[in-house]
Design a protein around this ligand. Structure first.
Ligand code: UD1
Length: 342
């Protein structure tokens, strides 16, 4: 029998790509979103890519406990992937309560409803931000977590603990997986879905593509005096489709009961560090466009260098990132061109 996956925040950047991969792997999906940080184009794009005109969409806020319970009562949910959260680091420093309230309450509502229903598998979208500034790279899942550098980051650490404790206390009623994402970039190869930042992008790749197309004058490269080979920060940039596929592996692992522990943690990264300048240069080369840029002061809260050791996900889940940085940066550019109608 077909299994059903609820994707909270399913119309957003990561949620829409995950929905495509789940549908293509044969899962039924229920998309739920309050559209606080995206429009309907991601959802429409998913339907176009997969041909699933019947894809259920529920417009709702996960902070509304009654609405979450009603959702779990209406659909035969086997697994839930929880994306619905605020994610702007800088904004979280200015409005911590808004972040704690939204990100924690929505997740607790999901867990309460899942626990009440029983037998539900829960996947939480965590972040490499939980490692803080690591003492050594690459980081494995056993690398100690460190205090996050923002309230946003704190909500990830707290939700990790909430899931671990809830699974432990559920007496086998719940299973959980925490996926710690590194830096997701790119877009679907169809160029029908991608990242749609509101206002000035906070993240590097949308800023690069908007600068290349002429929407922004110049990219600020935040800091060129870091103790790294070229002085700019190093990240594990992971293709959004590779990242989305990791969710299919994780959900299948939970549903098939292949887990070694009731709540497991996996790094979702490539294992390949790239510096900010290496990424800018690769983008220019592969797409044949210029990205005007200048060096600017460091951004508060930035980590010098972090990349994953993805061995655990590779060997235990059987998932591995396969897309090259060239493919990823071409897809990011095709998406920006699609948005510009070019
Ligand atoms: C950031 C967050 C991370 C969050 C993720 C997704 C921090 C420390 N980390 O990841 O917690 O999960 O976004 O929202 O904020 N850069 C520039 N110029 C720009 C934009 C970025 O030089 O205009 C640099 C940054 O300084 C950084 C690198 O590019 O060194 C990557 O930045 P970004 O895309 O924001 O991702 P992360 O910092 O990895």
């Amino acid at each position: 029998m077909k299994k059903t996956v609820l994707v909270s925040g399913g119309a957003g950047f990561i949620g829409s790509h995950v929905t495509v991969e789940l549908l293509e792997a044969g899962y039924d999906v229920v998309v739920a979103d309050n559209f606080s940080n995206c429009d309907h184009s991601g959802y429409e794009g998913v339907k176009k890519i997969t041909g699933r005109e019947d894809l259920p969409l529920v417009e709702m806020d996960f902070c509304d406990a009654a609405a979450v319970k009603a959702l779990f009562a209406k659909y035969p949910i086997d697994a839930v992937i929880h994306f619905a959260a605020f994610k702007a680091v800088g904004e979280s420093v200015e409005k911590p309560l808004m972040y704690y309230k939204n990100n924690l309450v929505s997740f607790m509502n999901v867990l309460e409803a899942a626990q009440e229903k029983g037998g539900v598998n829960v996947l939480f979208s965590s972040s490499a931000t939980v490692y803080g500034e690591p003492d050594a790279v690459p980081v494995t899942e056993a690398t100690p977590r460190k205090p996050a550098t923002s309230p946003y980051g704190n909500t990830k650490t707290m939700c990790e603990d909430i899931l671990q404790d809830t699974v432990k206390a559920s007496g086998g009623k719940l299973r959980g997986i925490l996926l710690r994402y590194f830096t997701p970039i790119g877009a679907h190869p169809s160029a029908l879905i991608g990242e749609l930042p509101r206002g000035v992008p906070n993240n590097l790749v949308p800023f690069i593509t908007q600068t290349a197309i002429g929407k922004r004058e110049c990219l600020n490269v935040f800091g060129n005096d870091y103790p790294t080979p070229d002085g700019t920060c190093q990240r594990d940039f992971i293709d959004i489709v590779d990242l989305a596929r990791a969710h299919v592996f994780a959900v299948t692992r939970m549903i098939k009961g292949e887990m070694k522990q009731p709540c497991e943690v996996f790094n979702v990264g490539t294992g390949r560090p790239l510096s900010v300048m290496e990424l800018v240069n690769a983008f220019e080369k592969v797409n044949g466009v210029k990205v005007p840029h200048k060096f600017a002061p460091r951004r508060a809260g930035d980590i010098t260098a972090i990349w994953a050791d993805p061995t655990k996900a590779n060997t235990e889940m059987g998932w591995k990132a396969t897309r090259t940085i060239e493919e990823t940066l071409k897809a990011a550019w095709a998406w920006e061109c699609h948005l510009a109608g070019k």
